[in-house]
Design a protein around this ligand. Structure first.
Ligand code: CA
Length: 224
């Protein structure tokens, strides 16, 4: 497992790298947004996840995040942020962040989040899930609709997978939060809706048949 750290506070970058090393992870760090983006563009296949600070010289973490998602790079991104307002969280998630940590944080939290972001699907699961012309392959994390590949972030992928494993069932928001996010998101009760909207943009927008249905006051279901 190899992690890229983009953090301008070198003492923190070093601490993260050392801590990760102790846990058996490999880690590199770069100290500004421009270098970080270049590194991701050229070498994202070498890394399993990115730890990305928001306040960076030369290019902000948010810009880096938006740019790499525009380039269809789907590597899991854990954001480090000092800010703590709802708007910022929604902006981050909308921009394609998979998770975030508010500074200051405990190193164990970093590890837990990284584990969740890079967790491999279990081997016993069916090779592919199919609903209408929507196909999801857990092993390769490839999703396609009508034969056309759709790029999803890891969280979007997990959410879709969870729904597709329960076709025609109304899945409650709380159920989704508990099972997809692993952590308490009390301060962001609309996180599920934010992600569902993103999934709809990617999966349903260009198709005549809408698969994701809202169950008013309950949650969502995917219908066959
Ligand atoms: Ca910083």
């Amino acid at each position: 497992m190899k992690i890229l750290i983009i953090e301008d506070e070198e003492s923190l970058a070093k601490l993260l790298k050392m801590g990760l090393k102790k846990e058996g992870y490999a880690a590199d760090y770069v100290l500004d947004g421009e270098l970080g983006q270049k590194r991701i563009e050229l070498y994202h296949r070498d890394y399993d996840a990115v730890i990305l600070d928001l306040m960076l010289p030369k290019k902000s973490g948010l810009e880096v995040l938006k740019n790499i998602r525009q380039l269809n790079v789907s590597i899991p991104v854990l954001i480090l942020t000092a800010k703590d307002s709802l708007d910022d969280k929604v902006t981050l998630l909308d921009a394609g962040a998979d998770d975030y940590l508010i500074k200051p944080f405990h190193f164990n939290e970093v590890l837990a989040r990284l584990r969740a972001l890079t967790r491999r699907p279990e081997k016993v699961l069916p090779a592919e899930l199919r609903i209408a012309d929507l196909v999801l392959v857990p092993e390769t994390k490839i999703v396609s609709r009508n034969g056309k590949e759709i790029k999803l972030t890891l969280k979007e992928f997990r959410l879709l997978e969870y729904l597709m494993r329960r076709p025609n069932q109304a899945v409650e928001r709380e159920d989704l939060v508990d099972n997809i996010w692993d952590f308490q998101f009390d301060s962001l009760s609309n996180i599920v809706d934010v992600y569902i909207n993103r999934l709809r943009e990617k999966i349903d927008k260009d198709s005549g048949k809408k698969l994701i249905e809202t169950i008013h006051g309950v949650g969502y279901k995917i219908k066959t």
